[in-house]
Design a protein around this ligand. Structure first.
Ligand code: GLP
Length: 258
């Protein structure tokens, strides 16, 4: 795993956005896997800026979101559909028919999940998957003990995730209890993964995911099994990494950086 530690959230977001832009410039019809949450907001802002000021083109891009709350309609202000529209899609030129987000209101979840997996395959697979991490080490909504081979399905959210995400709702009781989410196996099928984390409350999860054992107790640790992951961290999120100095040394000595 390549680890890039930035001084600030803004710098971290710009570095990750540049990686997305490099892909789109070399493959204009790329398939992106996208996360929600507060972490990727800066990346989306920068991509929107690059679209507006530098002509970064999304007209042939396809996107698959990682997850959605079960029970929230698309226009609910806390649905991931709404989040994506507000934070990215309405600011870029992606055709609406190229956008895929798990449905939180399907009445046949099994069929929907199988179709979602099939659509990813039919579109040629995900070229670049962006992912954040929950404070319990989850990736997408793959809570602790999710199979590392899991595919898209419904998961019951951990109490800690419900509490973490309660800040976006009026009260904790309003947070949905289930999520419909890509599996860890779905995520690992992406050709490249950008792992994003910022803030001190992610430092433990980041250290366990990057340096701990691969375990379904920290589903983000499965990223260690993937051959092409770059982690974009701010200083606070990187603060508990034991090998931090080594990662910084590698960055400083990287060919092309001198
Ligand atoms: C949710 C999402 C995850 C996200 C996590 C962290 O549980 N399902 O995909 O990575 O929250 O969110 P935040 O970036 O807001 O800390």
């Amino acid at each position: 795993m390549e680890i890039i530690i930035s001084d600030t959230y803004e710098e971290m977001s710009k570095a990750a956005a540049r990686a997305v832009a490099r892909l789109l410039n070399s493959k204009p019809n790329a398939v992106l896997g996208l996360p929600t949450g507060s972490t990727p907001v800066g990346v989306y802002k920068e991509l929107a800026r690059m679209h507006k000021n530098e002509g970064l083109d999304f007209s042939r891009v396809t996107t698959f979101n990682m997850d959605e709350y079960v029970g929230l309609p698309k226009d609910h202000s806390q649905s991931y559909h709404y989040f994506m529209q507000e934070n990215l899609f309405k600011h870029i030129n992606i055709p609406p028919q190229n956008i895929y987000i798990p449905s939180g209101t399907t009445d046949n979840a099994d069929a929907f999940c199988a179709w979602y997996e099939q659509r990813i395959e039919e579109c040629g697979g995900i070229d670049m998957q962006l992912a954040g991490v929950g404070s319990d080490g989850h990736i997408a909504f793959n809570e602790p003990t999710s199979s590392l081979g899991s595919r898209t399905r419904i998961k019951t959210l951990a109490r800690s995730t419900i509490e973490d995400n309660a800040r976006f709702f009026e009260k904790v009781e309003d947070v949905p209890i289930y999520g419909i989410t890509m599996g860890v196996g779905t995520i690992l099928d992406a050709r490249k993964i950008l792992f994003l984390a910022n803030g001190a409350n992610k430092a433990d999860a980041v250290a366990k995911a990057i340096e701990g054992p691969v375990t379904s107790m920290i589903t983000a640790s499965a990223l260690q099994l993937h051959p092409d992951v770059t982690a974009y961290l701010d200083r606070e999120a990187a603060s508990k990494l034991e090998m931090r100095e080594y990662y910084e040394w590698i960055q400083a000595k990287k060919l092309g950086n001198n």
